[in-house]
Write a protein of this length. Structure first.
Length: 309
């Protein structure tokens, strides 16, 4: 993916978390921002078929310019290499050896990442229906889409900036796992309170977005980058990102196919209760599994990671 390729320019630096914080904030907010831009363009009278082309043409020059700036960025210096190890291409044998060495922990996090990607995708694609049903209205107000993921984006940025100030790679990894577990627990707790009628729909969505995106922003690239540094492995974390994304796409497509072919999807559901019910089932099943997988990964890495870094 494009994200994985961009990470190859950012990994292996003491400032990696700071740069990933900016990228994560943009990626988290990109969905709602793109929907808002599309609505604005359509309101100007642009034909629906031409809308994606117009937005793409408007944003392409800026994207190309930023890619050129990224390509000209200086390589990691000696202090970066000392703190995060040298980053270089890995042979197939080196990748297999790394996966075998850390297999249980990596598999736990990749499975958790796949399930979390599925949750995010279902919430994103059915956001209009889920937001409307959780608020008890037929059509969710536009402002909900603008603020629903804002706390998650801001806290993700703050978490990554804070983690960047931890020099010990081992401590940073275990701190990431603790934050991920706390964020996942927040999502489960807020969902339970919403279903019990203690929390309103808007408060639930704000807390849920925070839970999803704080966990999501730490579970992939930042963790893998620090794992290479903690294990003193000369290589790149890009192949781990590609693997995680692949399993995430598999989980997302599987959930969406299940929803599309389920009997409820064919019914006329004016209050969108079916979509909300489907999301709640998905979140409870996947969220509970993610919490267990994070605990498993935490126990594994706490025992296996070297103490020196």
């Amino acid at each position: 993916t494009l994200y994985g390729l961009m990470v190859t320019y950012l990994e292996g630096r003491r400032a990696t978390e700071a740069m990933l914080a900016v990228m994560s904030g943009m990626l988290i907010y990109a969905g709602n921002l793109s929907r808002g831009a599309a609505s604005a363009v359509l309101s100007l009278g642009v034909a629906p078929r031409a809308m994606p082309l117009l937005i793409g043409a408007a944003t392409c020059p800026g994207a190309v310019g930023l890619l050129l700036v990224t390509h000209r960025a200086p390589k990691p210096n000696a202090a970066d290499i000392s703190a995060r190890t040298k980053r270089t291409a890995m042979t197939a044998a080196a990748r297999r050896e790394f996966l075998c060495r850390w297999g249980v922990g990596i598999a736990s996090l990749m499975l958790g990442y796949a399930l979390l990607t599925g949750i995010r995708q279902v919430r994103d694609l059915y956001s209009k229906q889920i937001f409307a049903a959780s608020l008890g209205v037929s059509d969710a107000p536009a402002y909900v889409f603008l603020i629903a993921d804002l706390p998650g984006a801001l806290l993700s940025i703050l978490a990554l900036l804070g983690l960047g100030r931890i020099p010990s790679n081992r401590r940073a990894l275990l701190t990431m796992l603790a934050i991920m577990l706390a964020a996942t627990s927040l999502g489960l707790l807020s969902t339970a309170l919403y279903q019990l009628g203690v929390l309103g729909g808007l408060a639930w969505q704000l807390l849920l977005g925070t839970s999803i995106f704080v966990t999501y922003s730490l579970m992939g690239t930042p963790f893998f980058d620090r794992l290479l540094a903690a294990s003193r492995t000369e290589g790149t974390c890009s192949f781990l990102i590609f693997l995680s994304d692949f399993f995430g796409y598999v989980a997302s497509v599987s959930l969406l196919l299940y929803q599309d072919f389920s009997p409820q999807s064919a019914d006329d559901d004016a209050d969108h209760s079916d979509e909300l019910h489907f999301f709640l089932v998905v979140f409870w099943a996947c969220g509970s599994a993610i919490a267990v997988l994070i605990v498993l990964a935490a126990v594994y890495f706490e025992r296996r990671l070297p103490m020196v870094r």
